[in-house]
Design a protein around this ligand. Structure first.
Ligand code: XMP
Length: 326
């Protein structure tokens, strides 16, 4: 793709008006590039792919085919929101792929974090490839590449999602956000009518809850990490911490400790809360969450999440800890 350098005089998109100008110009360019052909997009529901989807829906409507792969490692409510926003509200051509069993079967018994990441990445490409082969007449592949991706990867394109498709599926790329920084993508997303919790959401790793369910993933622990994460997010939102804290989530280790439930000793899992602030994710500090709120969240998690009897708060900055646990 030529034209991958942000012109020095390009104005920063900071207002709805500037976003509208950008959108109008991109809609024109996308229509010229794509004509009456079909475009494929892997739509994770993250900020970048969601904004690309909304932009392409505006430009070429049903010529865009969005593929949402539910790999079972998304947060509570995310797959449902993708379907609601894009299929129901924006009338998009959306293929929803329930690949939960497929991913969890492949991951069964795999404890090494990097092997888990590789399996998740490779399986994602395989599922996407299968869906791409089912579609007739695709000539373009849209991607949510943003300017930092280009700056980081130099001349080789290495955006996280669907690099790695086989030779015969090398489509021409459509990358309308390639000159934008993240904050600009959010302003554009808002102007396109995407919900705030999609546009302003915290970073979420590609392997998702897979790296927060430590060691070999099991369905019961995965459910516990998903439910405890949902409680944490709900309480942070209620208490004004959503949008203030850079990244916050729960982790479930693969060991139990003894506790008391219904007057009996019972072995159950702990859940760890992580809440950090950072500029660039290279270093991070821990959010000073009010103690009373931590106690309330602990109470909710230990009573509402099956199999969890303790909650811990990770006080470790990066370094020496990383943000994720594996
Ligand atoms: P760490 O744990 O290295 O994380 O301090 C820094 C940031 O990167 C995110 N992260 C990932 N993102 N795939 C991703 O897309 C991954 O495998 C991955 N591992 C960590 C992490 O959530 C944090 O924002």
């Amino acid at each position: 793709m030529e034209n991958n350098k942000r012109p020095e005089n390009m104005e920063r998109i900071t207002t709805p008006q500037l976003a509208e100008q950008f959108i109008a110009q991109q809609v024109e360019e996308i229509r010229q590039q794509v004509g009456d052909k079909k475009v494929l997009l892997a739509l994770s529901g993250g900020v970048d792919s969601s904004v690309v989807a909304a932009l392409l829906i505006r430009a070429v409507g049903k010529q865009l085919v969005c593929v949402h792969v539910n790999h079972g490692l998304l947060r509570k409510g995310e797959p449902e929101q993708v379907v609601r926003v894009f299929r129901d509200e924006m009338d998009a051509n959306l293929v929803y792929v329930d690949a939960v069993d497929r991913f969890l079967d492949k991951l069964q018994g795999v404890a090494d974090p990097e092997t888990k990441r590789k399996i998740i990445g490779a399986e994602f490409i395989r599922v996407f490839e299968e869906e791409a082969r089912k579609q007739e007449g695709i000539e373009f592949l849209a991607q949510g590449t943003i300017y930092p991706d280009i700056l980081e990867s130099g001349p080789v394109k290495a955006h996280h999602n669907v690099g790695g498709l086989p030779e015969d599926l090398q489509f021409e790329l459509v990358e309308p956000l390639r000159l934008l920084f993240k904050d600009e993508v959010r302003v554009v997303g808002k102007a396109l009518g995407l919900p705030d919790n999609m546009v302003f959401r915290q970073p979420f790793p590609g392997p998702g809850l897979g790296v927060r369910c430590l060691g070999a993933i099991t369905r019961d622990r995965l459910e516990a990490v998903r439910e405890s994460d949902a409680i944490l997010r709900e309480e942070f939102a209620k208490n004004g911490l959503e949008g203030k804290v850079w990244q916050y989530f729960t982790i479930i280790p693969d060991f139990k400790s003894v506790g008391v439930r219904d007057n009996k000793r019972a072995d159950e899992w702990p859940v760890i809360i992580r809440a950090v602030n950072t500029r660039d994710a290279m270093t991070a500090t821990v959010e000073d969450v009010p103690f009373a709120l931590l106690q309330h969240i602990t109470d909710r998690i230990t009573h509402e999440v099956k199999g969890v009897n303790r909650v811990l708060y990770d006080l470790t900055p990066k370094p020496t800890g990383t943000i994720e646990w594996e």
